[in-house]
Design a protein around this ligand. Structure first.
Ligand code: FAD
Ligand code: PHB
Length: 388
C-alpha cells in the first residue's frame, strides 16, 4: 500500500489530523493497535477550548458538539469548604465547552467512515522504518498477515505508550519529566451534576473535581494514592471519600448513584523535544503529557494537529517546507505554557507535601488568585486556551 501520510494511532490527534488532511486532498492511512470499540471505551477528557472547537468545525465534524456540548463561562474553585468563582467571560470574553473525548472520537470516526478514508484497527507489531531517509515505511500485522505502507511522512499520534517516540534513537531526543506521587480515581455516573459549573476542590483530605458530561451525567474525580487497586473502591467508598471534600451546598445537592465507569489515572508531566525527526512528526500524547488538572491534554493534541496539517498542506500545495521546518518549535512553544499551567494547577490544588510551608504557599497562591484581578485573568487566559 502507498499513501502520502501514514498516521499511527486513532485517538483524537490521529483521527483529527486524518480528517483535515483528507479534506484538503492529502491521502492518509491510520494504523491503530486496538479495535474501534476499545478506543471508544476510554473515558478521558471533558473540557475543550474554543480553538479546539474551531478545529473540529474546520474538520467538518462539529455539528453534534454544538448541539450537545455545554458552554461554560466560568469555573469554581473550592478551598477548604469555601467556593470562589472565576469568570472566563468577564476576564477574557471567552468560554470553554464541556463535551466528552468519547463523543469527539465518535464524531471523528463517523466523519472518517463517511468519506471512506482507511483506518486499520487491531494492527499488531506496528514498526516505523527509514524515518531519516527518503523511503519511510510502516509495517504491521493484521488478519494473520504482514503488511507494509510506503509513505512520504509518518505522523506519530499513538499516545504516551506508543511506538513512534520509541522508534527515535535516544541520542536524537531529550525527555523532560516530572512524575507526581498521586493519581486520580474517576467515576462516571448517570446522575445530575452537583453544580452548573465545574468545581475544582482543594481540601486537606485531598483534591477532588466535580465535572459532567451532560445535565444528567456526572464525572467526579478524587485524588488517590498510586498504590490503589480499583477493585478496592466500591461506589459507596468513592462517594464517602468525595462528600467531606465538598462545600456544604455541594454536599447537599450531590446525587449519588451506580458508576458506569471507574478508573485510576496517574499524574505526569512529560515533554519530548524536538517533535520532528526527519520524516516523522510526533503529535499529542506521543510527544507530551500533562497532568489532567489543567484540562489541557486533548487541547494540546489539537493544537499540534493544527500546526502539523497546515505544514503538510504547505508542503504539498505550495511546495514550501517552512511549516514543516518550524513545526517542532511552534508546537513546543504552546506545549510548555500548557505544561506550566497544568503543573501549577496540580501543585496548588493537591495534597502532595506534608511540609506546612508548602501548604501555606498553596493557600497564599489561591488567596492571591481570588483577590487579584491580574492573577485571575492569567488563570482564565490559560484555562480557556492561549492563542496559537
Ligand atoms: P491517545 O488518546 O492516547 O491516542 C493514541 C492512540 O494510539 C490510541 O488509540 C492507542 O490505542 C494507539 N496506539 C498506541 N500505541 C500504538 C501502536 N504501537 N500502534 C498503533 N496504535 C497505537 N485533556 C483535555 O484537553 N481536557 C480534559 O478535560 C482532560 N481530562 C483528562 C482526564 C483524564 C482522567 C485523562 C487520563 C486524560 C485527560 N485529558 C484531558 C488528556 C487527553 O485525554 C489526552 O491528552 C488525549 O487522549 C491525547 O490524544 P492522543 O490522540 O494524542 O492520544
Ligand atoms: C473531565 O470532565 O473529565 C475533566 C474536566 C476537567 C479536568 C479534567 C477532566 O481538568
Amino acid at each position: 500500500m502507498r499513501t502520502q501520510v501514514a498516521i499511527i494511532g486513532a485517538g483524537p490527534s490521529g483521527l483529527l489530523l486524518g480528517q483535515l488532511l483528507h479534506k484538503h486532498g492529502i491521502d492518509n492511512v491510520i494504523v491503530e493497535r486496538h479495535t474501534g470499540e476499545h478506543v471508544l471505551s476510554r473515558i478521558r477528557a471533558g473540557v475543550i477550548e474554543q480553538v479546539t472547537m474551531d478545529l473540529l468545525d474546520e474538520a467538518g465534524v462539529g455539528a453534534r458538539m454544538h448541539q450537545d456540548g455545554l458552554i461554560h463561562e466560568g469555573v469554581q474553585i473550592c478551598v477548604d469548604g469555601v467556593r470562589h468563582r472565576i469568570s472566563f467571560k468577564d476576564l477574557t470574553g471567552k468560554a470553554v465547552m464541556v463535551y466528552g473525548q468519547t463523543e469527539i472520537t465518535k464524531d471523528l470516526m463517523d466523519g472518517r467512515a463517511a468519506v471512506g478514508a482507511p483506518t486499520i484497527y487491531a494492527a499488531y507489531d506496528v514498526a516505523l522504518h527509514d524515518i531519516f531517509g527518503t523511503h519511510p515505511r510502516v509495517t504491521y500485522r493484521a488478519d494473520g498477515k504482514n503488511h507494509e505502507i510506503e509513505c512520504d511522512f509518518i505522523a506519530g499520534c499513538d499516545g504516551f505508550h506508543g511506538i513512534s517516540r520509541k522508534s527515535v534513537p535516544p541520542r536524537a531526543i531529550t525527555a523532560h519529566e516530572r512524575v507526581y506521587p498521586i493519581g486520580w480515581l474517576g467515576l462516571l455516573s448517570e446522575t445530575p451534576p452537583v453544580s452548573e459549573e465545574l468545581i475544582y476542590v482543594r481540601h486537606e483530605l485531598g483534591f477532588a473535581l466535580c465535572s459532567m458530561r451532560s445535565h444528567t451525567r456526572s464525572r467526579y474525580y478524587i485524588q488517590c494514592s498510586l498504590a490503589e487497586d480499583i477493585e478496592s473502591w466500591p461506589d459507596e467508598r468513592f462517594w464517602e471519600e468525595l462528600k467531606p471534600r465538598l462545600d456544604e451546598e455541594a454536599r447537599e445537592r450531590l446525587v449519588t448513584g451506580p458508576s458506569i465507569e471507574k478508573s485510576i489515572a496517574p499524574l505526569r508531566s512529560f515533554v519530548a523535544e524536538p517533535m520532528r525527526f526527519g520524516r516523522l512528526f510526533l503529535a499529542g500524547d506521543a510527544a507530551h503529557i500533562v497532568p489532567p488538572t489543567g484540562a489541557k491534554g486533548l487541547n494540546l493534541a489539537a493544537s499540534d494537529v493544527q500546526y502539523l496539517w497546515r505544514a503538510l498542506l504547505e508542503h504539498y500545495k505550495d511546495k514550501s517546507d517552512a511549516g514543516i521546518d518550524h513545526y517542532s518549535d511552534r508546537a513546543l512553544a504552546r506545549v510548555w505554557k500548557a505544561e506550566r499551567f497544568s503543573w501549577w494547577m496540580t501543585m496548588t490544588l493537591h495534597k502532595i507535601s506534608e511540609n506546612p510551608f508548602d501548604v501555606k504557599i498553596q493557600l497564599a497562591e489561591l488567596d492571591y488568585l481570588f483577590r487579584s484581578k491580574a492573577a485571575a485573568t492569567v488563570f482564565a487566559e490559560n484555562y480557556v486556551g492561549l492563542p496559537y
